[in-house]
Design a protein around this ligand. Structure first.
Ligand code: BGC
Length: 813
């Protein structure tokens, strides 16, 4: 029986509840109050009725604005019973206890979890000086830590336990960039669901995921953690992961709180240098970088983490206009806002705070509720409040938001429900979870090139020379965030290929971390004695991730030499391209017969790749980030602006292109081949015009499998607004559907859009649907458009939210 269940429950008035929260010698009275507090819980985290108009200080300028915060009559009725209870608890708290709730401490390091949980730390918990721990795990140790908080601290407020569970807890799935290449939000939702089930069983309440930063620069190592370069696709992947982590009930024992990150424009770091500032125009900020965050809010994300970097000179963690005014006041988002690691303290290094108490004041004013590990709130917020008493109500707001998520997680009801050791043992890396990891790995693979249909391999392919250290590198398949993933859980390409095929000669040849060319000769010798070469080339796990920016996008180490030597043998050459970012690999495209992008695919990497090589899995993934021809082309995103002098390959003309290289990327956004082919019919529109105020249009296209194998097609819908008050991107994704087709089978795919999805961020700083023609394009990739039409918007109307954040309704018949 739970502690809460063992105690009398029932409503209590404000003062009685308040009394009961104080810790008595017996140690359990705090829990009694907590139980009754939750017994009357009626409140959900996110509700965003829209449409209240008013005059606000918008992010960047003062404008009349559609404010989409809940009106006081609609949500958060105050006084509501639960608001009174949390308020009464806050009233009983000392200043130090309030500040304690805002403190997140390190329970260990990411690679040495729980290592810091010694007696001094427990004393802090007893004194109510900690609200949350990160880098902790394990049902049993965290139960004991929670017991100290709820039974031995004065008010018995439970702790929040957090970890970076980014693409799996024990069952490691493909890295997020890979999963985004599935173009299948269900893959994202499934991984998050399973990650939540495993981590909630291990005592965790909160993950720092999804990472939804749009990344247009592959030099940035953290491109691996997100969904690539597009705001629309990134929005779908963001909401899918929030749904997966949080489920329909944050209080269920197998769901955890999503920590959508890194709020701001972290992905726009200049030069792709991690942590560097972003210089992003307001329109791109609103339409591109903020859109996936907005989609996560619509899906109910209960927390966000702030970006480390500065935007237009304002460090995000102290950016009041972006956070308090826009996120809180305009979006009406009421969840828990956490700083990134020491980001409050880093306001000093950014040069916007002279002292730690200035930094504390800046962050709290910006509405940052919790300070990750810097202890600036812990040590210096009291001084800031003494100097500026206006911070005190902001402190209460922050405490209220933190207590609210604790309540919504059910921690006041049963603080031990995440600490069932039997459940923990049963769920980890279960057969079902492994099967899901395999399925998502197969769906994440992208066939970039397949000349002469060298793939799929015949079962009697003869002798295969398997070359490349990455083929046998189990650890790398776990990526840079591996939570509790273990290298021994991984089935490598080598292990899987040797199990599936009778005649495999494996030679490492070259390693992405070494400058030693001495293994190349043996690789070439093995290749000569084989019928086909499968070369695993690319980057190991440590080339991408946090603080893993690169100035070159070449194959690292001696792999280019290895590739050239293998190609010179004249044997059929299949490159299995591994890694966490798009690379600039024209030489691979030129020398290999087939190129299969397999990223870093998690515990089932090997079987997924082998199934794809032999055609048991027909690859259907598509790129979500363009592959440039060289690092000098970066950024090479498909949704760029048109320019007054659009690129022309004729170098006699002065146009927006390079003298020494084609303007096009090597592999475009949306590109990906299959072992079959798809044919598209003409577009049918539900009507030739659409009313700017609330109109809808349905775009339908028939798609047929014109090949001889079953396979998937990713049908992509793009738009362009050719004449508008501001210049519009040459293409913008507005819908997609990954469909399965048997040979000869046809299906019709319909996309239904609302006028608000054609809106732009106007010069006046508002969402605006303008009259005029919209071009619609349907195709198999951004550079492979198969059908076009136009629709006319009649009238004009205000938009609602970032158009990319609004999902298109897709129907497949
Ligand atoms: C990263 C975050 C991460 C945090 C906690 C930071 O360095 O930027 O993404 O969640 O550490 O591990």
């Amino acid at each position: 029986m739970s502690i809460a269940a063992a105690l009398p429950s029932g409503d209590c008035d404000r003062s009685v509840c308040g009394q009961a929260h104080e810790k008595s010698a017996g140690g359990d009275i705090g829990m009694r109050a907590s139980a009754s507090l939750v017994a009357i819980s009626l409140f959900t985290v996110a509700a965003f009725p829209t449409g209240v108009r008013g005059e606000v200080m918008a992010f960047g300028e003062t404008v009349p604005q559609v404010i989409d915060r809940p009106s006081p009559e609609v949500a958060s009725p105050d006084p509501s019973p639960i608001r009174l209870d949390i308020d009464s608890l806050i009233e009983r708290m000392t200043l130090a206890e309030k500040i304690g709730q805002l403190v997140q401490r390190m329970g260990g390091r990411s690679k040495a979890l729980n290592s810091r949980l010694g007696p001094d730390e427990l004393e802090k918990v007893r004194r109510g000086e900690v609200g949350s721990y990160l880098h902790v795990a394990g049902a049993a140790p965290l139960r004991e830590l929670q017991r100290v908080a709820v039974e031995e601290s004065r008010l018995g407020i439970p702790l929040l336990f957090a970890m970076d569970v980014v693409h799996g807890y024990r069952t490691i799935f493909p890295v997020p960039l890979a999963m985004s290449a599935s173009w299948d939000p269900q893959v994202m939702e499934d991984h998050a669901r399973i990650a939540a089930r495993e981590s909630a069983a291990a005592g965790l309440h909160w993950t720092f995921a999804p990472m939804v930063d749009v990344a247009r620069d592959p030099r940035w190592g953290r491109i691996v953690e997100g969904a690539g370069e597009d705001a629309y696709l990134g929005s779908r992947m963001a909401e899918a992961q929030v749904r997966g982590f949080q489920g329909s009930d944050l209080g269920a024992a197998d769901t955890i709180m999503a920590g959508t990150k890194h709020f701001g424009a972290y992905g726009a770091a200049e030069g792709g240098r991690d942590y560097a500032g972003a210089e992003v125009g307001m329109r791109t900020m609103q339409e591109v970088y903020l859109a996936p965050f907005r989609a996560a809010a619509e899906a109910g994300t209960a927390s966000y983490m702030t970006a480390f970097n500065a935007l237009d000179g304002v460090p995000t963690t102290g950016n009041e206009a972006l956070l308090r005014t826009m996120l809180r006041d305009q979006w009406g988002w009421e969840g828990l806002l956490l700083s990134d690691w020491r980001a409050v303290e880093e306001l000093l290094a950014h040069g916007v705070a002279g002292t730690r108490s200035d930094a504390a004041g800046l962050a709290l004013r910006a509405s940052v509720d919790m300070d990750m590990v810097a202890d600036v709130y812990a040590a210096d917020l009291a001084a800031a409040i003494a100097t500026d008493p206006a911070l005190l109500p902001m402190l209460d707001q922050a405490v209220r938001r933190i207590l609210t998520v604790k309540r919504d997680l059910g921690l006041f009801d049963d603080p031990y429900k995440y600490h069932d050791t039997q459940r923990e043992a049963a769920v980890m890396l279960s057969a079902d979870h492994r099967a899901a990891a395999r399925a998502s790995a197969e769906r994440s693979i992208v066939l970039l090139k397949n000349e002469g249909n060298v793939l799929p391999l015949a079962r009697d392919a003869g002798r295969i020379a398997l070359i490349g250290a990455l083929a046998d590198d189990a650890l790398s398949q776990l990526g840079s965030w591996r939570a509790r993933g273990q290298a021994e859980d991984v089935v490598t390409l080598r292990a899987a290929l040797e199990a599936a095929h009778p005649d495999v000669r494996y030679v490492p040849g070259a390693d992405s971390r070494s400058d030693d060319p001495s293994g190349i000769a043996a690789a070439v010798a093995a290749a000569r004695q084989s019928d086909i070469i499968v070369a695993a080339l690319g980057e190991d796990f440590d080339w991408s991730g946090e603080a893993r920016s690169r100035s070159s996008l070449d194959l690292p180490g001696r792999q280019r030499e290895l590739l050239a030597a293998l190609a010179a043998t004249g044997k059929p050459l299949v490159v299995v391209l591994m890694g966490g970012r798009p690379l600039a690999i024209p030489e691979v495209d030129a020398q290999a017969d087939a190129v299969l992008a397999t990223w870093l695919l998690g515990v089932e990497a090997g079987p997924a790749i082998v199934n794809t090589l032999f055609g048991d899995n027909n690859p259907g993934g598509r790129l979500t980030a363009s592959f440039p021809r060289s690092v000098g082309q970066v950024p090479a995103n498909y949704d760029h602006l048109p320019s007054g002098r659009p690129a022309d390959p004729d170098i006699a003309k002065d146009t927006a292109r390079y003298m020494d290289q084609p303007i096009t990327p090597l592999y475009a956004f949306g590109h990906g081949l299959s072992y079959t082919t798809a044919g598209y019919g003409p577009i049918a529109l539900s009507g030739k015009s659409i009313a700017a105020a609330g109109g809808t249009v349905t775009v339908t296209v028939p798609v047929t499998n014109t090949g001889i194998l079953a396979g998937d097609e990713v049908v992509q819908l793009y738009m362009r607004d050719p004449v508008a008050s501001v210049s519009r991107p040459v293409q913008q994704l507005r819908g997609f559907a990954r469909i399965r087709l048997e040979p000869g089978e046809s299906r019709s795919v319909s996309f239904t859009l609302t006028a608000a999805q054609f809106a732009l961020w106007s010069a006046a700083g508002e969402w605006q649907v303008e009259p005029g023609e919209i071009e619609l394009m349907v195709g198999s990739a951004s550079n492979d458009i198969r059908a076009r039409t136009t629709v006319t918007i009649t009238g004009s109307a205000p938009g609602t939210i970032a158009p990319a954040a609004i999902p298109t309704v897709v129907a497949v018949r």
